[in-house]
Design a protein around this ligand. Structure first.
Ligand SMILES: [Zn+2]
Length: 90
C-alpha cells in the first residue's frame, strides 16, 4: 500500500514538473507576437510603441532616429491605436 502512495506522489511530481516547464520553459511569449510585423503596435520586446497624434511629429522623430542610427525609418498609422508610430522600413 505504501508503495502505491509513493508511486502516485512520484507521478504527481513528474506531471507537475512537465506542466511547469511547459508553461515557463523556453517557449516564445504568446499574445503580442501575433501582431508583430513591420507595422506593429508593439516593439520587439512586446511593449506598446510610442504613438504620435500627428504624422508630422512622428516624421520628425523618424528623421532624428534615422540620423542617429543611420538606418532608414518610416512612419505609419497604427491599426490598433490609430496613432502614428515610427518603425524601421525593413
Ligand atoms: Zn499603435
Amino acid at each position: 500500500m505504501v508503495t502505491v502512495i509513493v508511486l502516485l506522489v512520484a507521478v504527481a511530481i513528474v506531471a507537475f514538473v512537465f506542466y511547469w516547464s511547459g508553461r515557463y520553459g523556453g517557449r516564445a511569449k504568446p499574445g503580442t507576437s501575433l501582431r508583430r510585423g513591420p507595422r506593429s503596435h508593439t516593439t520587439a520586446r512586446g511593449r506598446p510603441k510610442v504613438g504620435y497624434d500627428r504624422r508630422e511629429d512622428a516624421e520628425a522623430r523618424a528623421r532624428l532616429l534615422s540620423k542617429r542610427d543611420g538606418a532608414p525609418m518610416n512612419v505609419y498609422q497604427c491599426a490598433v491605436c490609430a496613432k502614428w508610430h515610427v518603425g524601421h522600413s525593413k
